[in-house]
Design a protein. Sequence first.
Length: 198
Amino acid sequence: MAFDTFDEGISLGGMRSKTEIRTLICYMFRSVGSPMRKDTVVNALMEKGLANYFETSSSFDDLIRNGNIELVDADRELYFNTSNGDMIATQLEDTLAPTVRERATECALSLLKQEQVESENKVTIAKCENGFNVTCSISGGDMNLLSFTLYVPDITQARLIRKNFYKDPDMFYSVMIAMLTRNKRGVTEILDALGSVI
């Protein structure tokens, strides 16, 4: 297969032809089985070093123009395979290395989960006198389960709190409940679990 893409930022075993990238995008949609935003797909391939931003974005647009993927939710900018896209994924998936298919699918699923976490739970950073207020909110569907605001002196700490909160909002909720109900066993179990992921 001819190499016809830029290879900057691509790891060993990454995609070096536009046909491979387009096939992999269709395969990801079929494998994940859920509509995804363009930037989710692009970020998944970039994060795993499978293709660079320019080539992936261009290939995604090619698939739209060719009727292989289509916009299925304009409000959330979600795309999914058409029947042509599914045909490409089915007929050509064997042209992709198994490790490439696995890496792309794992990353896409991880990014989808992260997007869901961030849509259901919110973090806002607001400048205040001498620092920043970071407000974290945990949603329980139609209701707000927990909301708290922390003051931090600089933006670096504010962003770190946002990043760590999004990693596991449920843990923050469990910690607060355990602390406020003085559930020592619960606090110990949470701290042990936290130690295992640090």
